[in-house]
Design a protein around this ligand. Structure first.
Ligand code: SAM
Length: 310
């Protein structure tokens, strides 16, 4: 495995880009290996500098303690600018989508980023799109997104608008959403109408936690993702076959990336293993015939794509 991260500041980076355990045939066939790059290193270096700044960390701890009595963690990060996140560089994003950066033009291209947080991850997509739309349920995060020039859509009813885009993304939202099934249905509806692909990423193995629930105060979702097993690789397999397939999405490819969070007094940075999936909406009435392999993992014949790879 190509590996060039020099400084991980005490984090073990052996499996940042590759699952620790064996992948199923279904998962292996669709896997695209990502590689670390200079922007990932720069995020780690910046994070380490912030973590080592005693004055800044004291201000941060006091702020979080005081604000924590009134606001959610996401709101506090939105207000203070703490807890910046990193998932991919522009180059990694382009490679994952099969974009040739030398000939690509952002003119008239639109992306919709759902659950965009403070827009850290969204920013890395900005060079590829003229217009950036976003949704957020945290009011404080909404302010930050507006200040970055993004157009905000209603976080609950965005799929009922007539918006059409070139790509929809939902980074680390599915396991935080009050109804993952509604999100998958909405994603399919708008992606199918737009004839565009979708990127969904989430930390695996799945662990649901709902901070913003329009239906009440529960931190549990209305419905759960149908995943089994304990490992990252187990959950990739079940996401492909038990979650995306029944939601009428074909997984074009998937990759594993480190989802990094800025450090604090205890750690230079925090790392979570993210599965990132590129999905194509499939019309169930024209769905291809299934072939079941020996390992019982269904395999689909690739249908003719109705739209460009993006
Ligand atoms: C784990 S953070 C991910 C933020 C960003 N996409 C990233 O990858 O770093 C989840 C975000 O989704 C927002 N969120 C939760 N439920 C939402 C919903 N139903 N619609 C829109 N945003 C939601 C939260 O406020 C939070 O900012």
């Amino acid at each position: 495995m190509a590996f060039h991260l020099d400084r991980t500041y005490g984090l073990k980076a052996d499996y940042w880009y590759y699952p620790e355990t064996n992948m199923s045939n279904a998962a292996k066939k669709l896997f695209m290996q990502s590689i670390p790059d200079i922007e990932t290193q720069e995020f780690l270096d910046r994070s380490n500098n912030i973590a080592n700044n005693y004055f800044w960390q004291t201000v941060r701890n006091l702020g979080v303690m005081l604000l924590g009595t009134v606001y959610s963690k996401t709101d506090i990060n939105g207000m203070t600018g703490f807890g910046n996140m990193y998932l991919f560089s522009e180059q990694q994003f382009a490679k994952f989508l099969g974009i040739d950066q030398t000939s690509w033009s952002p003119i008239n291209k639109k992306v919709l980023d759902l659950g965009a947080g403070n827009g850290d991850i969204t920013e890395h997509m900005r060079p590829f799109f003229q217009d950036v739309y976003a949704t957020e349920l945290s009011l404080k995060m909404q302010k930050r997104l507006k200040s970055k020039g993004y157009t905000l859509l209603d976080a609950v009813n965005w799929s009922d608008t007539d918006i059409k885009v070139d790509l929809i993304t939902a980074f680390n939202l599915l396991d935080r959403h009050y109804s993952p099934q509604k999100l998958l249905n909405d994603l399919w509806k708008v992606a199918h109408r737009s004839k565009c692909n979708v990127i969904v990423s989430l930390v695996l193995p799945v662990s649901h936690y709902v901070e913003f629930n329009p239906n009440g105060k529960s931190t549990r979702p209305d419905n759960y993702l149908n995943v089994q097993g304990r490992s990252f690789a187990d959950h990739v397999h079940h996401m492909i076959l038990n979650v995306f397939k029944p939601a009428n999405f074909r997984v074009v490819r998937w990759t594993r990336l480190p989802y990094l969070c800025e450090g604090d007094m205890s750690h230079s940075a925090y790392y979570l293993p993210d599965g990132v999936f590129l999905l194509e909406p499939i019309d169930p009435s024209t769905a291809p015939v299934e072939i079941v392999e020996e390992d019982q993992s269904p395999k689909t014949k690739t249908p003719e794509s109705g739209h460009s790879e993006l």
